[in-house]
Design a protein. Structure first.
Length: 173
């Protein structure tokens, strides 16, 4: 009888009997907690007793409850990365660095901040992504309507006429 891929997988670098990773296995919760705290999926899976990447992807596709838990962990990770950006930006330059070392240190922090900004924007775009306003407002003016309104103003109120010759012509009629 063939076992379901989600019910049985071989632990990495382990010999002997296969390790089972059923939905109730604590590895799934551990993995989601690691991701929530800012770790990548790959980093979390490097720990002993964790399932393979292929098994995780299969579990995400198959189990709706696990998929929801994983997606929530990813959103939490984006929030954690945003917090790390503040921590990195507020970190003081070490006093023992000379000129080139200070420059290298600042550049390293800039790269770390940029990487976290990019990842956070991809993981939670509604909150951390660039907002592009694509709303369109029609501000065109109808020339014919404007002329009609102007003509109406001229006909109803003779005091609005600026041109003296036109005012005199209107007054003679």
């Amino acid at each position: 009888m063939e076992k379901d891929v989600l019910e049985m997988a071989v632990a990495k670098n382990a010999g002997g009997r296969p390790t089972t990773f059923g939905i109730d296995h604590p590895c799934w919760m551990t993995m989601c907690q690691d991701i929530s705290q800012g770790k990548s999926l790959s980093t979390s899976l490097k720990a002993d007793g964790m399932p393979s990447y292929v098994l995780v992807m299969a579990m995400i596709k198959k189990d709706v409850a696990f998929r929801a838990m994983y997606e929530k962990a990813i959103e939490d990770r984006a929030d954690r990365l945003a917090e790390e950006i503040l921590e990195l930006a507020d970190e003081a330059i070490p006093a023992n660095l000379d000129g080139p070392s200070k420059s290298a240190w600042v550049n390293q922090k800039r790269i770390q901040v940029d990487a976290r900004k990019w990842v956070a924007a991809k993981l939670k775009p509604k909150v951390y992504g660039d907002r592009i306003d694509v709303s369109v407002t029609d501000t065109r003016i109808s020339v014919s309507d404007a002329l009609k309104e102007a003509k109406q103003r001229v006909l109803t109120d003779e005091n609005n006429i600026v041109d003296v010759a036109v005012k005199e012509m209107v007054g003679k009629e």
